[in-house]
Design a protein around this ligand. Sequence first.
Ligand SMILES: Nc1ncnc2c1ncn2[C@@H]1O[C@H](COP(=O)(O)OP(=O)(O)OP(=O)(O)O)[C@@H](O)[C@H]1O
Ligand SMILES: [Mg+2]
Length: 332
Amino acid sequence: MLYAIETEGITKKFDEITAVNNVSISVEPGELFGLLGPNGAGKTTLISMLSTMIEPSGGRARVWDFDVIKDASSVRQNIGVVFQDTTLDDRLTGRENLDLHGRLYGLDGKTRKKRINEVLSLVELSERADAIVRTYSGGMMRRLEIARGLMHHPHVLFLDEPTLGLDPQTRNHIWEYIKILNKEEGVTIVLTTHYMEEADHLCGRIAIIDHGEIVALDTPTALKSALGGDVIILEIEKPDEIARLCDIYSRNGCANIISKKGNEVFITVENGEHQIPHILNLASSAGISILSVNLRKPTLDDVFLHHTGRAIRDKEVSEVERVGYIIRSRRK
Ligand SMILES: Nc1ncnc2c1ncn2[C@@H]1O[C@H](COP(=O)(O)OP(=O)(O)OP(=O)(O)O)[C@@H](O)[C@H]1O
Ligand SMILES: [Mg+2]
């Protein structure tokens, strides 16, 4: 087997919406692969097709060498899924949730007992295993869901927004489990996220997805270095002068890539610190007033901005709204 996941032009249409459009990706066994994109980009839809939850409208996909349509049950035997919204039964204990999952996968009593203890210990929930899930914190629930996804020793684990709405400390904690699973247990992991730092920190390769299409795919380092050495951010006093300023910079060849966001202009250049005086002189000669100047290394947000013309955060629903939604759906 060459690839853990291989898709060829996979597409999903919901009436007039094309949620995933002609996506072709290959993920090797042992990779930690990220799908990074804003709300509505098509991340969950792509994962849902790969995990056989929904059927593609077009194209092909194989997971662990099984076709997601023709061999759906073999695909399911080989994968674990942690969904974006919790699917735990909060009236049961953690252990009971895991046991239920083990039964669904046909594990016998002895195997279930052993595996439950293993996965609980991996996510450090052994002590709270017999408490009702409703009494768990958000981070504990997420850890239990990851443990559940691992019950049947999957080769490929899909994690849909594994740390959504968690505090930074809990997020770091979950990152550590994800790394251990990948490095020490050899599980191939595909995770979706709209947190740039999560993709950057965890993933060996990242596919940036927007409007259902992959707009860039590479290692985080390669994605960032493709933009050039440094990013200079200029805050402009009058936003209506931004277009004229960008035009001046383009004509003077001092920038690789210029993009705009609000009243800021982003310029990527080699040796940024040496370029700043020249860039400021050009603005000043044109009578354009600059309020502030910032210099930093490119981030994945810059990569997204470069490929899509806008920042990933522009499209985000606020965290509070999303967490509110998760809590509401849990209480239904
Ligand atoms: N069952 C469905 N019926 C109709 N449209 C859908 C359905 N599921 C998803 N969509 C639409 O498909 C697009 C992609 O949605 P998807 O949930 O895959 O995005 P996402 O990248 O996971 O977003 P988020 O970050 O909010 O989870 C959106 O426009 C969404 O409204
Ligand atoms: Mg989603």
